[in-house]
Design a protein around this ligand. Structure first.
Ligand code: ADP
Ligand code: MG
Length: 435
């Protein structure tokens, strides 16, 4: 025998069957996989129904004889369609991260819509939002949500065929399929699923051929009522160098953004992550991490790890001083401190009002609006409490600040001018503090 082990035997069987009946041999025999070899039966997995039928009709005899010759046993060959999840190719099988479940996902204002839409989709594939497009900066939980959907679907809908790949894997599979002249295999892998999940589709940029194939995959699934979920680091409309027709399809269903988490959400995430690892964490340590690591949840986890590692090496319990010591260098380098003064400077400059006006009791629209915008920005860009923010703006109490924040949030939902203004101001403030 040329190769050893069951897999080797299987390869030899396929090779022998090819040699025995070259007329009926096909290139896609490469994709056949060994399912089992036991009880006088050799189970063979085929990529799709058509292949399976072909083998049953034309090749049963040659495979039976080949199997007998190679193994020296009287074996009967059995063909069956297998899903990708059953195929042992590690690049293709569904590898779900055990921690990335809905239970372990902390929901807050920054990710509420994305979370809710993922839950809805997982409960009813193809029927709610199709496609579902989630976008947001790196480290804000897109991949986590995708795994959570797949995990949920696997649990709830037995038999649903799921394909979860990064866009890079999708592109590489496609390139490999072309090189190997096996486009049919590729297509059957991606077009016969109930749920196709592709992470980081910004990777399609400037990949014309892959976009073309992706377009057809999308249409095949969409027209068949199958669910598609995509993520990217930006909304569809900002995806340059992606074909217009794809961008428009990305917008057909629901587009949900994820923003950086608020202070409260960051605390809850730190606590959740500590809890997952079986670590005790006090409120002051959780707050300290949440105050100092703001933009990226992956870094929140990193901070947690750094602190526990230091506590371990110094053989001390995790406390605020240990946390401060552990993150000292990191924070000085990486974290920008935005102060309320930075915010007030930008807002007063933009609206041409004075700080004294904002702090005064005046209630005219030309003063209340900038005042409320200050409160809203301070709430979102700094770690200050409602009381502290109210204090800076004329000694107002925390309910006034809360009211201002919810009012601006409400306006933001319908008024694109306000949205643009706040983005502009935030950017300006960030630039000032970075510089
Ligand atoms: P992205 O794909 O957007 O770059 P990931 O999904 O890889 O981000 O998330 C980075 C890390 O942050 C992961 O460990 C993930 O579990 C964690 N994470 C992100 N958002 C949340 C959340 N809302 N609750 C709990 N963990 C989160
Ligand atoms: Mg990701």
């Amino acid at each position: 025998m040329a190769t050893s082990g069951i897999a080797g035997i299987f390869d030899d069987v396929v090779e022998r069957a090819r040699a025995m009946d070259p007329t009926n041999a096909r290139r896609w025999f490469d994709q056949l996989v060994l399912l089992h070899l036991d009880g006088g039966a050799l189970g063979i997995g085929c990529p799709d129904e058509a292949a399976c039928q072909y083998l049953k009709d034309h090749c049963k005899d040659s495979f039976n004889r080949a199997a007998q010759q190679i193994t020296g046993h009287l074996l009967s060959v059995d063909f069956r369609v297998v899903t990708d999840a059953e195929v042992s190719d590690p690049a293709l099988s569904l590898k779900l991260h055990a921690d990335y479940t809905f239970d372990n996902f902390v929901v807050g204002p920054s990710n509420r819509l994305a979370h809710a839409s993922c839950v809805a989709v997982s409960q009813s594939l193809g029927n709610t939002y199709n496609p579902l497009f989630i976008y947001g900066n790196s480290g804000l939980g897109k991949t986590h949500l995708l795994h959570a959907v797949c995990c949920q679907v696997q649990k709830e809908c037995t038999g649903a065929v799921i394909e979860l790949v990064s866009c890079e894997e999708f592109v590489n599979c496609f390139i490999r399929a072309i090189e190997e002249g096996n486009l049919t295999g590729f297509q059957s892998q991606f077009r016969t699923v109930d749920l196709l999940v592709i992470d980081d589709v910004q990777f399609l940029r400037e990949r014309e051929h892959s976009q073309e194939e992706f377009f057809h995959t999308f249409n095949a699934l969409y027209n068949g009522g199958k669910q598609i979920i995509l993520t990217a680091d930006r909304p569809p409309t900002e995806m340059q160098s992606v074909q217009e027709r794809l961008v428009s399809r990305f917008n057909w269903g629901l587009v949900a953004g994820i923003d950086p988490p608020t202070y409260e959400t960051r605390i809850a995430i730190v606590q959740k992550k500590a809890h997952l690892r079986g670590l005790e964490i006090s409120d002051d340590v959780a707050q300290y991490i949440a105050q100092h690591v703001q933009a990226n949840i992956r870094e929140l986890e990193g901070a947690l790890t750094t602190i526990y590692a230091l506590a371990l090496t110094e053989k001390e319990p995790v406390s605020l001083p240990v946390a401060q010591k552990a993150l000292e260098g990191q924070i000085r380098l990486a974290i920008r401190h935005i102060s309320i003064t930075d915010i007030i400077d930008a807002v007063t400059h933009h609206f041409d009002v004075r700080l004294a006006d904002l702090q005064s009791k005046r209630r005219s629209q030309s003063i209340t609006e900038p005042r409320q915008i200050c409160m809203y920005l301070a709430r979102n860009l700094t770690k200050h409490s409602l009381e502290e923010i109210g204090g800076h703006l004329g000694g107002r109490d925390h309910t006034t600040v809360m009211h201002a924040c919810s009012k601006i949030s409400k306006i933001l939902k319908t008024d694109s001018k306000m949205d643009a203004l706040l983005k502009h101001l935030s950017k300006q403030i960030e630039q000032v503090t970075q510089g």
